[in-house]
Design a protein around this ligand. Structure first.
Ligand code: UGA
Length: 444
């Protein structure tokens, strides 16, 4: 794909910025990634990715070696490097649940001050509807000259753990523009994909901005919907997976994101649902449906804790093994992870917890340090020694492949409470486990 050589600046080398920069470089472009703080710059220039994402370090190293990607902490270098600037800075949740756009505004000011030719400024960060108007106003206000520029929106749809795959194999590429010039530039940037038959969907900027929130909120809706059904199935003795398959076989609905469990976490779905409710409110629209989606999601954690309590009767002083801390497999990300509330809840009830996660333990330790009740172990089987129960919080592949005989042998009681439905209840019964999962018959 080396023929697609453009010069591209990416501002921000966090999760989105780094994946975007590295993938654009791998497509043959020359990329300069600007990162404000210099602490991680050396590591990045040596090809060390500060985040865990399968394949990212390797791709970063390859493109560094081949000279297609560089990192800088100088905004002026970034702005003069290219006419195409992807803005990938963070838009964290503010105290009132809105997206905090301070970094976006700062970048807009800096671009305005450094602009030396036409620029296409692309919002990649998730921003509320009509943020492009504020960016435009800011650039006009702070610009030192009257140069032409375009603002555009190009939301990302990367799943953590599959970010490179998702970037390189997009279902759709959403682009919001307001000029032909910007549209043509996007056609050039994404040529390697459109040539392979992938769809470039070009819309007004505000529509592109809203598509991002609407997509993530819809995914959250599917998850809370199936979790609501799971509660009914559990009481009515029906297997939620059978129901999910039945529903999902309708192409209009689809089976994806109908996995019942302890709910969604991460840095995107929870934040975006909240922000979308807020955005609607600022336009005088009540997104009651999404408020309920959010409520169902948060209640999953409490319900899981209640389930553990029902099963163990008293959790105080019980030895409980916890497998999985990250908000989903293949990531070390613990933002908004359900495990935080679950571990805290059990700890506060006096349980003794032995925790294991293949990637997320270091991050988790920073929030919940080791103490007399909390121990982190580097081998998942070691958590089971003398355990009264094993809780499964994240569906890592290595848990699905665990040696169940060994698991049973090591535990004091063969009780598993599975928050992600990774095993078949009937098989677990045959193996001699007391196995509880979500929305499926309780087999004991
Ligand atoms: C999500 C979207 O899937 C991406 O398209 C989007 O680009 C990204 O947010 C973003 O806005 O940057 P991500 O947060 O990485 O990606 O993770 P997901 O795979 O969407 O999973 C989110 C949460 O939902 C996880 O906690 C997962 O365990 C949970 N989930 C997912 C379920 O509980 N059930 C399911 O059926 C699917």
């Amino acid at each position: 794909m080396g023929e697609n050589k453009l010069k591209i600046t990416v501002i921000g080398a966090g999760y989105v910025g780094l994946v975007t920069g590295v993938c654009l470089a791998d497509l043959g472009n020359e990329v300069l990634c600007v990162k404000k703080s210099i602490d991680k710059l050396d590591e990045l220039n040596k090809g060390m990715s500060p985040i865990y994402e399968p394949g990212l370090s390797e791709m970063l190293q390859k493109n560094l070696e081949e000279g297609r990607i560089n990192f800088s902490n100088k905004m002026d270098e970034g702005v003069s490097f290219s006419d195409i600037i992807f803005v990938c800075v963070g838009t964290p949740e503010s105290k009132v649940g809105k997206a905090d756009l301070a970094q976006v505004e700062e970048v807009a000011r800096q671009i305005a001050e450094e602009m030396d030719s036409y620029k296409l400024i692309i919002e990649k960060s998730t921003v509320p509807v009509n943020t492009h108007k504020l960016i435009k106003r800011t650039i006009k206000r702070y610009a030192r000259n009257n140069l032409e520029f375009d603002i555009a929106s190009n939301p990302e749809f990367l799943r953590e753990g599959f970010a490179i795959h998702d970037f390189m194999n997009p279902d759709r590429i959403i682009v919001g523009v307001e000029s032909k010039r910007a549209e043509e530039l996007f056609k050039e940037i994404y040529k390697p994909f459109t040539e392979n038959g992938n769809v470039l969907i070009i819309r007004e900027i505000a529509a592109a901005e809203i598509i991002k929130y609407a997509s993530n909120s819809f995914l959250a809706t599917k998850i809370s919907y199936i979790n609501m059904l799971a509660d009914l199935c559990e009481r009515a003795n029906i297997d939620i997976n059978m129901v999910a398959e039945g529903i999902g076989a309708d192409k209009r609905i689809g089976r994806d994101f109908l996995n019942a469990g302890i709910g969604y976490g991460g840095s995107c779905l929870p934040k975006d649902v909240k922000a979308f409710i807020n955005i609607a409110e600022t336009y005088g629209v009540n997104f009651g449906l999404l408020k309920e989606i959010e409520k169902i999601n948060i209640n999953r954690r409490r319900r899981f804790l209640e389930k553990v309590e029902d099963i163990l009767w008293i959790t105080k002083n019980k030895k409980i093994a916890v497998w999985g801390l990250s908000f989903k497999p293949d990531t070390d990300d613990i933002r908004e992870t359900p495990s935080l509330d679950i571990v805290k809840g059990l700890r506060d009830d006096g349980a003794n917890l032995k925790l294991y996660d293949p990637e997320a333990m270091e991050n988790f330790k920073k929030l919940i340090p080791e103490n007399s009740q909390i121990e982190y172990l580097n081998d998942k089987y070691d958590t089971l020694i003398d355990a009264d129960a094993l809780l499964i919080i994240t569906e890592w592949k290595e848990f699905k492949r665990a040696d169940l005989n060994k698991v049973k042998e090591m535990m004091k009681l063969p009780i598993i409470v599975d928050g992600r439905n990774i095993f078949e209840p009937a098989l677990m019964k045959d193996q001699g486990f007391e196995y509880y999962s979500i929305g499926r018959n309780i087999v004991s």
